[in-house]
Design a protein around this ligand. Sequence first.
Ligand code: TYM
Length: 318
Amino acid sequence: MKKVLLSGVKPTGRPHIGNYFGAMKQWVELQVSQPATDKFFMIADYHALNFIQNHEEMKQNILDVVLDYLAIGIDPTQSTIFKQSDVSAHPELAWIFDTITTMPYLMRAHAFKDAEAKSKEIGVGTFNYPMLMAADILLYDATTVPVGQDQKQHIEYARDTAEKFNRIFGDTFILPEPLIMKEVAVVPGTDGQKMSKSYGNTIPLFATDEEIKKAVMSIVTDSSGGIPKNVYEIHKLFRSQLELDRLYTEKAGKYKDLKEALIADISAFIKPLREKREQLAKDKESVLAILKAGGEKARVKANAKMEVVREKIGVKLY
Ligand code: TYM
């Protein structure tokens, strides 16, 4: 079985270091460690439409994510960078999946339950979110989906849906596996909860020095034995355990010094990424050309799979 990697980000705002360490960093590493594997890195704009319903903002966010991908080192000659809306097979397959899926099954999704617990009015797009994501993954015969822990259930939905379709219509889809790095499965935010745009506890991946300083200074410092846990947990992303333990023992109880050390480490890490991104942003045309070419490539693969799907379900008559 040919190995195929697929993953993506919703263009709902600036990515944070949780997105990067939890998922995107692995994508770049896999590019190096698995050169022969087909790799698809998607911009999930139709998923983002559940959150961003503004023409200018959506357009800008999409372009921003392409820049983010390129700046962290996704290489368009090795990986296909594309946006979901360039491949209409995604919503098409999602519809087909809707017809074999029950409402009680979708009501078990974490995102749905969270929205329900907050008594929010739940959009049909939010409800069906897992089916579109199943289509994203299954269309490309993806074997491996590198993500953070919060996406695990979505990949289980994709597996279940593939199994169900295969049972009804015959062997068609490959069952994908999540690839979740244990140490960074849930990167904590400045308040110790999971780092998330919706919690307002993020450190943006391409933050300016000022933003880094502000975010680190806002880290909640509850400590045990002089070690501020939330500072330490974020610091772990930037230094080896050995170096950190030495630093945190030496500076035990000195929260300001430890936060300053963290600011220096994050700034040193982000600076070259930010500079590369600024450079790339100067040539918008080339960036858009990469996205367009990626869409064309993705479309070829997805359309071929859709032909098989249409044949299986009995709608392909000629
Ligand atoms: P999104 O845009 O919310 O997040 C992108 C990636 O970042 C990971 N992540 C984290 N990892 C560790 N710690 C955190 N605090 C943290 N916050 C976010 C996410 O797990 C994710 O891997 N539904 C997806 C987008 C998507 C997709 C797909 C992904 C659409 N179709 C198909 C894979 C395959 C999402 O909303 O990710």
